[in-house]
Ligand binder design. Structure first.
Ligand SMILES: [Zn+2]
Length: 403
């Protein structure tokens, strides 16, 4: 650790691995699957209590209204939990954004509910890596940072949403609001590899439901009078697949609707996901898709209605964002932590933050792996390691090192 200044060495001294571990174990015992509102409420209260150790007022913000299309083609409202927001020294000239998510991919009925130690350093638990351990890292880093002189003139907002795993639909506006005028952002997703590798550029993601309305008729008596919505949905799915190219993956995922065997079906809902790698690919898709819909409508004499769109814009790494990556890597090296970065096929709130023009490193959380599975694990010793990394990065950002 020779390459740390005396201030930096003092900064990371109070970081305590055990405190973070206690929190991670406690938090991962709470089921906070995205749809589990009671669990999310309990998790939010725990977090509010823990983050009260920092200056500023913790608030729990209500979710924005989100709707989806059910199997009958009806638009229904989706329930979401509240999001934690903490604003510290909002009047400061230089401000940062730190984000995390309290939800997990495991609903209450999922068999993976309890944590267990696989060995001295490997903790297998729901959300241990993604990202309850990461939230513990963020808090410990901020507590350490608060002990420095630099903190007195630095502001930051913390946002911990409750719907990241389902696309942050009810928190996207909040993220955009908080990203405004921030010099940089750190998000606490686990590292892209167990060795600490950061996720660099990310593709985007969009989810669509197309409701197709045809005309019902008897399959034997007057089929020519029917307009088959299932056939139109099938044609649309096949046509979408042909629109793929190297910068755009399209996955027609499901067709709902249909009717009895002797009825020409008048309703179908086609659901699909797209993964654009660039802003151009995203833009071109939206244009080509609306042309395709007109063809389907005309060719099959059906009506179409589109719900959804691109909710995670592609995250490219511009020169300013690259400087932040360089700073994080340099800081790691100064702490004796060697890691690089790689592009990621996954999406996260880093996509939304980058889309606001704010440089972001979105894998500042723990080292671990097998996330979104019952084998999810946290490398416990990475808690202190990554908290030190974040604390020094914050300190360097606060003291002007974004060169
Ligand atoms: Zn995550």
């Amino acid at each position: 650790m020779q390459r740390l200044t005396q201030d930096e060495r003092k900064l990371i001294e109070p970081i305590e691995q055990s405190a973070m571990l206690v929190r991670t174990e406690r938090w991962s015992a709470i089921n906070s699957g995205t749809g589990n509102l009671a669990g999310l409420q309990q998790q939010a209260e725990e977090l509010a209590c823990a983050f009260a150790a920092l200056p500023g007022e913790v608030e729990l913000r209500g979710p924005a209204t989100v709707t989806s299309i059910d199997a009958g083609g009806r638009e229904i409202e989706q329930a979401n939990g509240r999001h934690l927001v903490l604003r510290v020294r909002p009047a400061a000239r230089r401000r940062f954004l730190l984000t995390g998510h309290m939800d997990t991919v495991y609903p209450p009925g999922h068999p993976f509910q309890e944590g267990r130690w696989l060995d001295d350093d490997i903790f297998n638990a729901p959300g241990a890596a993604d990202m309850k351990g990461g939230i513990a890292v963020m808090l410990a880093a901020l507590q350490a940072f608060e002990g420095s002189n630099a903190a007195k003139t630095t502001g930051y907002d913390v946002m911990i949403n409750s719907d990241e795993e389902t696309g942050s639909l009810s928190s996207a506006d909040l993220i955009a609001e908080l990203a405004r005028e921030k010099a940089a952002a750190l998000t606490y997703e686990p590292s892209a590899q167990p060795d600490g590798t950061l996720a660099h550029a990310r593709g985007g993601s969009g989810n669509y439901s197309v409701t197709i309305t045809g005309r019902a008729a008897h399959a034997g008596r007057n089929p020519h009078e029917g307009r088959n919505a299932i056939v139109a949905a099938g044609a649309l799915a096949v046509a979408l697949k042909t629109m793929e190219h190297s910068d755009l993956a399209i996955n027609p995922a499901r067709i709902d609707g249909g009717s009895a065997n002797n009825v020409v079906p008048d309703l179908a809902i086609l659901r699909f996901n797209i993964r654009p790698k660039s802003a151009d690919a995203a833009l071109n898709f939206e244009r080509d898709f609306s042309v395709l819909l007109q063809h389907i409508e005309a060719g099959h004499e059906v009506g179409t209605q589109v719900h959804g769109g691109i909710t995670r814009p592609p995250k490219t790494v511009d020169a300013e964002a690259q400087r932040l990556f360089d700073l994080v890597q340099r800081t790691g090296a100064d702490l004796g932590q060697a890691f690089g970065w790689q592009p990621s096929g996954g999406v996260c709130d880093g996509n939304n933050i980058a889309a606001c023009g704010v440089p972001v490193v979105d894998t500042m959380g723990v080292r671990g792996g097998a996330i979104h599975s019952s084998e999810e694990y946290l490398i416990a010793s990475s808690l202190a390691e990554r908290a030190a990394l974040s604390a020094v990065v914050l300190h360097r950002l606060a003291t002007g090192d974004l060169a």
